[in-house]
Design a protein around this ligand. Structure first.
Ligand SMILES: O=P(O)(O)OC[C@H]1O[C@H](OP(=O)(O)OP(=O)(O)O)[C@H](O)[C@@H]1O
Ligand SMILES: O=c1cc[nH]c(=O)[nH]1
Ligand SMILES: [Mg+2]
Length: 215
């Protein structure tokens, strides 16, 4: 994992498997089925890094030979929150690693003309203040959606939030960091820039459309 000097809250997960799979994901010829599988796999690999500091509780285990000490992850306190729709593609892969994590949902779409986020759904588990949140969205473009999602989580009482995406634009990292400097950002790639329509370059296109076969 590396952190660019000019983006103090950003970590780039640059594991060779992540870089390989992200290249396939960017390919315009990658069909929907494979695109979905790749998002799932990259999210799982990134979750390994994103959960480095998960809280462990001491436990004991009976091996076939004797009893010994071990550790148990307090996974129930981890809450995955996909930003609909595209964030949904990242949930299953992470749940395979941490099956006891809970899942909330935030519904947001970006208005095509204004690029402003429009919110339409919010549901997270109770006891928000005791939970660690992993906010999921493959794309951090202008940062408007991620920033609004963090604001909603904080309004509900969340204080420990990190944001996990696959592709980030510098504009989005700057916006999210300015609005929420306490939220660490993990990405598989920091891309070059946004185009005039707010799409990330080189990017991978519209993540929601490619995941769900809509256009
Ligand atoms: O950083 P921003 O400029 O806010 O853009 C990023 C948002 O745009 C995409 O969602 P979209 O609005 O296309 O919704 P969808 O997932 O329902 O297609 C993406 O999944 C992010 O949520
Ligand atoms: O490049 C982009 C920007 C926003 N949303 C996407 O899905 N892709
Ligand atoms: Mg979309």
């Amino acid at each position: 994992m590396s952190s660019p000097l000019d983006f103090p809250t950003l970590s780039i997960v640059d594991h060779p498997l992540v870089r390989h799979k992200l290249t396939l994901l960017r390919d315009r010829a990658t069909p929907t089925k494979q695109f979905k599988e790749l998002v799932d796999e990259i999210a799982m690999l990134m979750a390994y890094e994103a959960t480095r500091d998960l809280v462990l509780e001491p436990s004991s285990v009976d091996t076939p030979l004797e009893t010994t000490g071990g550790w148990t992850v307090r996974g129930k306190k981890l809450t995955l929150v996909p930003i609909l729709r595209a964030g949904l593609g990242m949930v299953e892969g992470i749940l395979r690693l941490i099956p006891s994590a809970r899942v909330g949902h935030i519904g947001l779409y970006r208005d095509h003309d204004t690029l402003e986020p429009v919110d339409y759904y919010f549901k997270v588990p109770g006891d928000v203040s005791e939970r660690d949140f992993l906010l999921l969205d493959p794309m951090l473009a202008t940062g408007g959606s991620a920033s609004a999602a963090v604001t909603s989580l904080k309004r509900a009482g969340a204080s420990r939030i990190r944001f996990l995406c696959l592709v980030a634009a510098p504009e989005g990292v700057r916006r999210l960091t300015a609005d929420h400097p306490d939220v660490p950002i993990l990405t598989a790639s920091l891309d070059r820039e946004l185009n005039e329509h707010g799409y990330i370059l080189p990017g991978l296109g519209d993540a929601g459309d490619r995941l769900f076969g809509t256009r």
